[in-house]
Design a protein around this ligand. Structure first.
Ligand SMILES: Nc1ncnc2c1ncn2[C@@H]1O[C@H](COP(=O)(O)OP(=O)(O)OP(=O)(O)O)[C@@H](O)[C@H]1O
Ligand SMILES: [Mg+2]
Length: 233
């Protein structure tokens, strides 16, 4: 369906003017088609899906007014890639989106199973849709049939991410999708290089979170061993 100014008005009923214009621009560039369909409404971002030809894409939109930009700033300012960032609301949110894009790109180059990033503009990120008819369920809602294999795949992905020089920093059963019994890691907005002074603390927390969950499902795991496995080449 053609993307006209008339149809742009439908965005305006839902999003602020700035976000509508950004969405319109991305759609005009051919990154997706209308309508966009809600997938998840979060505290700071809303996730939508839309068609692109025969495929779908995911559109993650950070809400300009709702974001805790002070919290974001205090977090991102330790990222060596953003040391000169000024604490202005829009700049911080746009940097956050750019960071998520770059993280996904780097993770993907390192062979980690993540949604392929497609593009970003201002407060909006477009990435590969993981799922079939419906978006793939989160690990928390879809216990793998073969726990051992699923865990081994998570571990392989975490090793590759570490090898790529990154730590996810928000790793949990909420940010792993179970796509046809294979894990896909998502939500890379907090992910940061190992050169971040807090990276080891984040890695330990990631390992603790995911190990605790897998143990709850019945696996026998030793956190120290897992940490060792991830960090020692
Ligand atoms: N590429 C994707 N394919 C399918 N579903 C996705 C994809 N990305 C996100 N989702 C769905 O949208 C939900 C929210 O996405 P995500 O975890 O990236 O945002 P969030 O937790 O709201 O973000 P943040 O914590 O950065 O504010 C996910 O839990 C998942 O259900
Ligand atoms: Mg999430």
């Amino acid at each position: 369906m053609k993307f006209t100014k008339e149809r742009f008005k439908t965005f305006k009923n839902v999003f602020d003017n700035f976000t509508s214009r950004t969405l319109f621009k991305l759609a005009s560039q051919g990154h997706f088609e209308e309508p966009i369909r809600p997938v998840s409404i979060g505290k700071e971002s809303n996730v939508f899906s839309a068609k692109k030809g025969r495929n779908r894409v995911i559109i993650k939109i950070y809400r300009l007014e709702a974001c805790d930009f002070n919290g974001m700033y205090n977090y991102i300012k330790y990222d060596p890639r953003f040391l000169h960032l000024k604490p202005s609301r829009r700049k911080v949110i746009f940097a956050w989106v750019q960071r998520e894009f770059r993280n996904l790109m780097k993770a993907r180059e390192g062979g980690v199973r993540v949604p392929t990033p497609i593009t970003f503009l201002n407060n909006i990120l477009v990435e590969e849709y993981i799922g079939d008819k419906y978006p793939a369920p989160k690990l928390k809602d879809s216990t793998p049939e073969n726990l051992h294999n699923f865990w081994q795949e998570i571990l392989e992905n975490l090793k590759k991410l570490h090898k790529a020089g990154l730590v996810h920093a928000d790793m949990s059963h909420f940010n792993i999708l179970n796509h046809n019994e294979k894990p896909v890691l998502i939500d890379f907005s907090q992910c940061t290089p190992l050169s971040n002074p807090n990276s080891h603390e984040y890695l330990e927390r990631d390992v603790r979170n995911i190990c605790n969950y897998m143990k709850r499902l019945g696996l026998k795991l030793d956190k120290e061993e897992v940490l060792q496995d991830i960090t020692v080449p």
